[in-house]
Design a protein. Structure first.
Length: 216
């Protein structure tokens, strides 16, 4: 009980402080996105949160919009018309290298490498849908595919990771990120969920800036 109350208090305080600290980016990034490519400033993909509840996760748009059958659609629709690339995406642990992903804008590569695209998730933290620190916010098709691919063992790990809110940062982000195979990532998330340790949260927060810098 103390952990949950303290963690929520830290989340609110941190979201407010970081929101003010990043105020220049809230102004500059939307302008750059508008100049870089057509489409909305923000993107709100659906993610699976605490106890399997779905929510819209706020992000600065880092992907292109595509015109299909005369309609402007987001990159999600792109997969439906490029099944071979989608299979490569799934087999590679639901990710592609930035240079191999045709959906990412030029600015989007920078936003993703620096994790600046994730700053709007502070709104999700204030709304109580996410925490400052927690497991990765998974996509439902990703979880279903993982269960088929890895079996019941990974299903248990997924269930364990969903006992806490997903985080703006988390153990997998500071432990190798994209270099870690999917089944190992969810195992790290499940281990985090079991710990319920504020000391471990502080450790992850302190390590996050170094993890971001190491990608450059």
């Amino acid at each position: 009980m103390f952990y949950d109350i303290a963690k929520r208090a830290i989340d609110i305080l941190a979201a407010v402080v970081l929101g003010i600290l990043f105020l220049p980016l809230w102004i500059i990034i939307p302008i750059l996105i508008h100049l870089d490519s057509k489409g909305p400033i923000f993107y709100k993909p659906e993610r699976v949160g605490l106890k399997g509840k779905k929510f819209g996760m706020y992000k600065f748009r880092s992907m292109k919009t595509f015109e299909i059958d005369g309609k402007t659609v987001h990159s999600v629709e792109f997969w439906k018309h490029n099944p071979e690339l989608f299979e490569k995406y799934k087999k590679n642990g639901w990710k592609l290298e930035l240079d191999d992903d045709p959906r990412i804008t030029k600015l989007g590569k920078v936003l993703r490498q620096t994790s600046i695209d994730e700053i709007p998730q502070l709104l999700n933290v204030l709304l109580g849908e996410m925490s400052l620190v927690g497991p990765r916010a998974y996509v439902e098709p990703e979880l279903k595919d993982a269960i088929k691919r890895y079996g019941k063992n990974v299903e248990k790990l997924i269930d364990e990771s969903l006992t806490v809110k997903p985080g703006l940062t988390g153990p997998w982000q500071v432990s190798g990120r994209n270099e870690i195979p999917w089944n190992q990532r969810v195992a790290i998330d499940a281990d985090y969920a079991k710990r319920k340790s504020l000391i471990y949260d502080i450790y992850i927060i302190l390590k996050t800036p170094f993890a971001m810098i190491s990608k450059w």
